[in-house]
Design a protein around this ligand. Structure first.
Ligand SMILES: N[C@@H](CCC(=O)N[C@@H](CS)C(=O)NCC(=O)O)C(=O)O
Length: 218
C-alpha cells in the first residue's frame, strides 16, 4: 500500500493526498514533525529532506527539482488516472509553475501568519528560525502587516483560474487533471487555519472547490 509522508498543512502534501484520495485506492499517511526530517533522510538514503515523499513497498519516490512532478506522475501511472494527458503537455507545465510559485508563496505567507496556532509549541522556535533564515528576521510580523495586500494579490492570481472555469467544471475540461489538484493543494494550505475564505465574488472557483472536495476517479 502507498504511504504518504507529509506535514498536514503543507500545500505540496495536500496535492498528493488529494490525488491519492481521488484514486479511491487505500493509502496510509505518516505525519512527521516539520522540524525533524530524519525519517525522510533515512528512507531516501540521505538524498532528500523535503515533504511530501511516498513509499510504495521498496520504492521511495521524491522530487528531483522544483520543476519535477515525479510523485504525481508515479501515482498517475500506478492507478492510470489520466492526470497528464498528452494534449495538455507543456500547458500544464506552464500553469503549475504559476501555481507553485506565484500562488504558493502567498498562500504560505498567509498561512505562516498563524503558525503559532498549528505548529506544536516545542517546535515553534525551530520553525520560526527556519522561516527567518529564509526570509529575514521579523518576516512573520511583516506578513501580518501586509496581510490585506497579500490577500489582494492572491485574489488577482485567482482571477485567472476563475476565468478558466467559465465554461467548464475543471480547469482544463470536464475531468480534473494535475493542475486542478495542484491549485487545490495550495488553496488547502491557504484555508488550513480557517482564517480565510475563497474570494466571495469568485462563484465558479467556489463551486470548483466544492467539486474537488468530493471528486472521485471513475
Ligand atoms: N517541489 C517540491 C517542493 C516541496 C516543498 O517545498 N516542501 C517544503 C514543505 S511545503 C519543504 O519540505 N521544505 C523544506 C523545509 O521546510 O525544511 C514538491 O513539489 O514536492
Amino acid at each position: 500500500m502507498v504511504e504518504l509522508i507529509q506535514i498536514e498543512w503543507c500545500g505540496f502534501c495536500v496535492v498528493q493526498r488529494k490525488i491519492l484520495e481521488y484514486s479511491g485506492k487505500p493509502f496510509k499517511i505518516k505525519n512527521i514533525p516539520t522540524t525533524d526530517r530524519s525519517y525522510i533522510w533515512k528512507i531516501t538514503r540521505n538524498r532528500y529532506h523535503q515533504v511530501p515523499v511516498i513509499k510504495d513497498g521498496k520504492n521511495v519516490i521524491f522530487e528531483t527539482s522544483n520543476e519535477s512532478q515525479i510523485i504525481a506522475k508515479y501515482i498517475d501511472v500506478k492507478f492510470n488516472l489520466g492526470l497528464f494527458p498528452r494534449k495538455f503537455g507543456g500547458l500544464q507545465n506552464l500553469i503549475w509553475r504559476h501555481i507553485e510559485n506565484d500562488v504558493e508563496i502567498i498562500c504560505a505567507k498567509l498561512n505562516d501568519i498563524y503558525f503559532e496556532e498549528f505548529v506544536p509549541k516545542n517546535e515553534s522556535l525551530l520553525y520560526l528560525r527556519h522561516k527567518e533564515r529564509k526570509y529575514g528576521i521579523g518576516c512573520i510580523e511583516e506578513w501580518k502587516m501586509e496581510q490585506q495586500a497579500l490577500l489582494m494579490e492572491l485574489e488577482k492570481w485567482l482571477w485567472y483560474y476563475e476565468q478558466m472555469l467559465f465554461e467548464k467544471d475543471f480547469l482544463l475540461g470536464e475531468k480534473p487533471v494535475f493542475i486542478d489538484f495542484d491549485l487545490y493543494g495550495m488553496l488547502g494550505m491557504f484555508l488550513y487555519t480557517n482564517h480565510y475564505k475563497l474570494p466571495s465574488a469568485y462563484n465558479r472557483l467556489i463551486e470548483w472547490h466544492k467539486r474537488m472536495e468530493t471528486v472521485k476517479f471513475v
